[in-house]
Design a protein around this ligand. Structure first.
Ligand code: AP5
Ligand code: MG
Length: 211
């Protein structure tokens, strides 16, 4: 079983790269952010509990996340491994994951803080296939039409505003970034410069996965 973790600050390009890596590896993308947004939209107990944290740009409590992952990992398509996008984000989440399954590669996508706000504030994504675009850095070829699946239903996220982004960034530095060292000590962390052209980053990630 090959489980991969895509790690990095908000706007690093985790979702952008996940869609491309899924195409190459066949590993399903598991974004805890996407799972939580679906729960909020459907007004489930998880969504109701998570919403206030997400709106404030804070991390959702560990136990809510661990429960979501425990359910997801038992689904049939997880048998050959998963690609986690934005999970784990705290040491307790990583410890919980290590008790359920093994992680083979952690890809840390590194982008300087000063690039994050402009990336997040121009983002939109396809409602149907989750492909991620940017008004300036990664526009669709045809305005309003997804390059990947052709859908014309695009959406912007409720937490993609400057105030919340700065709070998400602070949460990343305080609670999530120490995990990079934790995984580095296990010898499974690859640091990738995420402040480059999207295709170059994909190539480096794929190379790191077979190294
Ligand atoms: P989540 O949905 O995971 O958000 P995030 O970590 O803040 O990361 P983003 O999705 O904003 O960024 P990304 O790295 O995916 O970047 P993207 O590819 O879209 O989490 C949301 C919230 O849910 C959290 O704040 C928290 O409350 C909660 N949560 C989720 N998981 C949790 C957990 N495990 N524990 C606790 N709470 C949790 O790219 C961004 C933009 O940049 C796009 O427009 C893209 O087109 C553009 N772009 C991408 N790459 C490049 C490039 N190389 N050059 C130029 N532009 C680029
Ligand atoms: Mg994302």
């Amino acid at each position: 079983m090959a489980n991969i973790v895509l790690f990095g600050p908000p706007g690093a390009g985790k979702g952008t790269q996940a869609v491309r890596i899924t195409e190459s590896t066949g590993l399903p993308q598991v974004s805890t952010g996407d799972m939580l947004r679906a729960a909020v939209k459907n007004n489930t107990p998880t969504g109701i509990a998570a919403r206030k944290f997400m709106d404030a740009g804070q991390l959702v409590p560990d136990q809510i996340i661990i429960d979501l992952i425990e359910q997801r990992i038992n689904e049939p398509d997880a048998i050959d491994g998963l690609m986690f996008d934005g999970f784990p984000r705290t040491i307790p989440q990583a410890v919980a994951l290590s008790k359920i399954t093994q992680v083979s590669h952690v890809i840390a996508i590194e982008v300087p803080d000063e690039k994050i706000v402009e990336r997040i504030c121009g983002r939109f994504s396809c409602t149907k296939c989750a492909a991620v675009f940017h008004d300036i850095f990664n526009p669709t070829k045809v305005t309003g039409v997804c390059d990947l699946c052709g859908s014309s239903e695009m959406k912007r996220r409720a937490d993609d505003n400057e105030t919340t982004v700065l709070q998400r960034l602070a949460a990343y530095h305080e609670q999530t970034s120490p995990l990079a060292e934790w995984y580095e000590q296990q010898g499974i962390l690859s640091r990738i410069d995420g402040d480059r052209e999207i295709n170059q980053i994909t190539q480096d990630i794929l190379a790191a996965l077979i190294a």
